[in-house]
Design a protein around this ligand. Structure first.
Ligand code: FES
Length: 155
């Protein structure tokens, strides 16, 4: 099941992170399953516990199924001071989810994360692979509604 992805890479331990990203990006539920961990373990000859350790160390990875769209809201101090908690409440209310939860329709997962590296434009969120800075409650609402409608052009 994961052969197509694994075969793109040499069976070299240095490729672990790239392979895990590729698997997660191609998973409809945005995560790395136990089955995938086993496949990678066999392919790279790395223990499952080591792979699990890597997956749980990096916040970009998940070992639990998630929504189609991942909303990562920064709650490090610079963003917090600029109102990230208001954004959290707004998103939480809009989607009826708390940190780490996925909407019932499987469209969105909300995650609070540490600094996304754009502190000068706090508060900041990353939705899928896009960064949204200088956010307000109105802006985040508009962005989420557009993504919900399937409109990728949300800048
Ligand atoms: S503190 Fe939020 S992006 Fe750095």
């Amino acid at each position: 099941m994961y052969e197509n992805i694994l075969n793109k890479y040499q069976p070299d331990k240095d490729n672990l992170i790239y392979i895990l990203h590729d698997i997660q990006d191609n998973d409809s539920q945005n995560y790395v399953s136990e089955e995938a961990i086993n496949a990678v373990s066999d392919y790279l000859d790395i223990s499952q516990s080591h792979i699990y350790g890597v997956l749980t160390f990096y916040s970009m990875f998940s070992v639990k199924p998630r929504g189609k769209n991942i909303i990562r809201l920064c709650d490090s101090p610079p963003c917090f001071l600029k109102g990230s908690s208001k954004l959290y409440k707004k998103i939480s209310k809009m989607l009826n989810v708390k940190n780490g939860q996925t909407t019932k329709d499987g469209k969105f997962t909300l995650e609070l994360v540490a600094c996304l590296g754009v502190c000068g434009n706090a508060p900041v969120a990353m939705i899928n692979n896009d960064i949204y800075a200088d956010l307000t409650e109105e802006k985040i609402e508009k962005i989420i509604k557009k993504i919900d409608k399937g409109d990728d052009n949300v800048s």
